[in-house]
Write a protein that binds this ligand. Structure first.
Ligand SMILES: Nc1ncnc2c1ncn2[C@@H]1O[C@H](COP(=O)(O)OP(=O)(O)OP(=O)(O)O)[C@@H](O)[C@H]1O
Ligand SMILES: [Mg+2]
Length: 338
């Protein structure tokens, strides 16, 4: 696996009214070629700053940002222009040119890049419009489009120069849930078809869960946790990650605390991944070891393409330890809560 983007010990401050506002502290991060990498954090965590360092819209105070091994923090002139052609970007509010049609918006970066072959541009733009599903809207102006359609224009425009990395800054935050899903599906298809690396920042864990391979959690300018999306969703370690997962409905800490008072016996959390989700294992183990169980909370869902389930339960009986050992042998993660 090759690394396409790397942050090495990056820090960034803004000076506001004579005061230093830290935006990023000692950020280390590697993004692999072809992956969808998510960065999640609250408002003000430094997400936009981080992403804007990649195409050198911002410069760090310390550390390096490497794209394909080249240090972008030192780039200017021609090197910077060719870097920016390798990197597409889409935005929360789409940033389309309101006085130009869909076709003209998508052609814009090609003209900026100095292309003059009109027939070539027309062909390229037509292919992009087709790819993002806007064939009936090619001659409309942005004001005549829905939010989802505008973001499709944004995506086509970002892809025009054939970038290797696509940066998405809250690209679905202005869209309703259904439109969000359709834009995420498009991004997923593009990621696979073009082997395009996607770096996406968001405050919504559901976006991370649907699209990303790995995720970093950014808090007050520092990365507090990085991991595969399923690992972070099922076993968040840092309190900030736990809060994000909890807010997305996957781990209700308050409900768990209540269960401590009301449920008898041993309290455990079981995590099932992959085919284990579909096995009728719990009933079998309960019968074999003579244990009773009470389910406190549970859900089965998908993270990316993997079915995952998590369940909190109270167990009573004389052979609870043996039952839990058997559950572990079946490939289920068992965490003792009490
Ligand atoms: N141009 C700027 N001048 C001064 N301070 C800035 C500037 N841009 C960002 N900041 C500050 O840097 C910090 C990080 O801001 P940033 O925009 O990266 O956060 P964010 O995670 O993208 O937030 P949001 O989710 O609200 O978009 C904040 O404290 C912000 O006020
Ligand atoms: Mg932002």
């Amino acid at each position: 696996m090759s690394v396409i983007l790397e942050f090495q010990n990056v820090s960034k401050h803004y000076r506001v009214g004579g005061q230093d506002v830290p935006a990023l502290r000692d950020v280390d991060l590697k993004v692999n070629t072809g992956e969808v990498f998510g960065i999640v954090g609250r408002s003000g965590a430094g997400k936009s700053t981080l992403i804007r360092l990649v195409n050198a819209l911002e410069r760090p105070d310390g550390g390096k940002v490497l794209v394909d091994g080249a240090d972008v923090t030192a780039m200017s002139g021609t090197a910077l222009r060719s870097l920016r052609q390798k990197i597409g970007m889409i935005f929360q509010h789409f940033n389309l040119l309101s006085s130009r049609t869909v076709t003209q918006n998508i052609a814009f970066p090609l003209r900026i890049a100095g292309q003059t072959d009109n027939a070539g541009i027309r062909r390229r733009v037509a292919a992009l419009i087709d790819r993002v599903g806007l064939n009936e809207h090619a001659h409309k102006y942005p004001a005549q489009l829905s939010g989802g359609q505008k973001q499709r224009v944004g995506i086509a425009r970002a892809l025009a120069t054939g970038p290797r990395i696509l940066l998405c800054d809250e690209a679905t935050s202005a869209l309703d849930p259904q439109t969000t899903q359709s834009v995420l599906r498009l991004l997923n298809e593009i990621n696979r078809e073009l082997e395009l690396t996607i770096v996406l920042i968001t405050h919504e864990m559901q976006v991370i869960r649907t699209l990303c391979d790995r995720v970093a959690v950014l808090d007050a300018g520092a990365i507090v946790e990085t991991g595969k999306v399923a690992d972070v969703f099922l076993h968040p370690v840092h309190p900030v990650s736990r809060r994000f997962v909890s807010e997305s409905g996957d781990l209700d800490e308050a409900h768990l605390r209540a269960a401590f008072d009301h449920v008898a016996g041993r309290l455990v959390r079981l995590t099932f991944r992959g085919d284990a989700v579909y096995e009728p294992m719990l009933g079998k183990v309960a019968r074999e070891y003579g244990v009773d169980f009470c389910i406190v909370s549970g859900h089965i869902d998908r993270i990316g393409n993997t079915p995952c389930g998590q369940m909190v339960m109270g167990l009573t009986g004389t052979r609870v330890d043996d039952a839990l050992a058997q559950i572990r042998r079946e490939g289920v993660t068992v965490e003792a809560l009490r």
